[in-house]
Design a protein around this ligand. Structure first.
Ligand SMILES: [Zn+2]
Length: 412
């Protein structure tokens, strides 16, 4: 069978997406599979069962990354498809899972067509991509790549006070393979866009050129708690005010810096959090992103100056802690071109674009040629239970993945 006529089986891919989406399913739709939770364990078990059914040899490394390898005619580093199967607390069925399950669908398509590639192929899913339970996000791929030591990752304490190591042991996913094995020849990640651009422009495939830089900071403000009625405004050391002022400041900052700069305060907590008490403490996060490293640094330094000045003028103590910091990443131009050309050859509309979200691919890009394939998210919505991608777009993305992996695995 000529591989030019090959295409993936959409129904099979959709049924795997639905089956995985049942694990941690939320009432009314969506899914919650926080990293290393019981639901994550069940999801892992299912995907590994599928990997074994497809004849992949599965390894689990010390941080719980899972890699399934299909041998090629020649030994050597595999061409890898991958993503993640953990989700945020109110996630959708497609974020992460699509890239992993489309990888399995590619394997099954090749198995049925009895095609052996020159290089081995691999499908991987990386631990704790979302970072909702343990910071930083993309932890598994970061350890895989060598950007974070496995010891440091294992000791990371999550939002419920338990460590990554405890949870890996608890769910039986503290593997024995060394992190960073196998070496990867090239990495391709199919993912939903999680933004509105493709849908708005009526384009089916995004050939992703790179990923925005990300800076997450946790800010802790310590002021003085006092009576909301009797304390004159001039005598307050109001931690809540600092949080509010920062929310307004970062929005203005993003609009002023222009370009790709975005800024968000997404989490906030007051103590004691009562209607008639001036907050003694405010803890909040700031998420800054830009495709340009210099501008991102400028945004960070403006935020720091703003907070330092407020600490003085309001008589409060403000401390900052970095939760995650990733420089912008540019993918290998030949990989981006390949995705673009293949999409066009298959008759799909395609555009180049940056990724606004962080992905394991940006970490893999440090060790091998990497690219991403985006498909449209309806309404641009993700990290939300209503996340949806049309079946025909899933089919398009998976077929582009199939052809990209085949080319890479057989290229000289
Ligand atoms: Zn994702």
């Amino acid at each position: 069978m000529s591989d030019r006529n090959l295409s993936i089986n959409l129904d099979r891919l959709l049924s795997r997406l639905q089956a995985l989406g049942q694990i941690g399913a939320l009432e009314g739709g969506g899914v919650c599979r926080l990293a290393l939770s019981d639901e994550d364990k069940q999801g892992r078990d299912l995907v590994i069962r599928w990997m074994r059914e497809l004849g992949l040899s599965v390894t689990i490394d010390r941080i719980g990354n899972v890699v399934g390898v299909r041998p090629g005619r020649e030994p050597g580093p595999p061409v890898m498809a991958g993503s993640h199967i953990d989700t945020v607390r109110t996630g959708g069925l497609y974020d992460g899972s699509l890239g992993v399950l489309a990888g399995l669908e590619v394997i099954q398509t090749l198995n049925e067509a009895e095609i052996t590639t020159t290089r081995p192929l691999a499908v991987a899913f990386f631990t704790n991509e979302e970072g909702s339970r343990f910071a930083p996000d993309m932890m598994g791929s970061l350890v895989f790549q060598g950007g974070m030591s496995v010891e440091e990752a294992l000791q990371t304490v999550g939002i419920d006070g338990t460590t990554v190591e405890e949870n890996l042991n608890r769910i039986g996913y503290a593997g024995e393979a060394p992190c960073g094995d196998p070496k990867v020849h090239a990495y391709v990640e199919l993912h939903v866009e999680q933004g509105p651009v493709l849908e708005e422009e009526g384009v089916v495939i995004g050939a992703v050129e790179g990923v925005q830089g990300i800076s997450w900071t946790e800010v802790l403000v310590e002021g003085v708690s006092n009576h909301a009625g009797t304390t004159p405004m001039r005598l307050r050391h109001d931690a809540g005010y600092i949080a509010g002022a920062t929310i307004a400041f970062v929005r203005d900052l993003a609009l002023r810096l222009g370009g790709d700069q975005v800024a968000t305060v997404g989490s906030i907590e007051f103590t004691p959090n009562l209607v008639n008490v001036i907050p003694e403490q405010a803890r909040f996060t700031v998420d800054l992103r830009n495709t340009d490293e210099e501008r991102l640094q400028a945004a960070e330094s403006e935020l720091a100056t703003f907070l330092d000045n407020l600490a003085k003028s309001e008589g409060v103590k403000i401390s900052r802690r970095s939760l995650a910091r990733f420089e912008p990443v540019a993918f290998d131009p030949s990989m981006v071109e390949r995705v673009e050309r293949i999409a066009r050859d298959l008759g799909y509309s395609v555009r180049r674009m940056p990724s606004g979200a962080g992905h394991d691919a940006q970490i893999l890009a440090r060790v091998c040629p990497t690219s991403m394939i985006f498909v449209p998210s309806v309404g641009g919505i993700s990290h939300n239970v209503t996340e949806f991608t049309h079946p025909e777009h899933i089919e398009a993305g998976a077929n582009v993945l199939l052809r990209t992996l085949l080319e890479l695995a057989d290229a000289a």
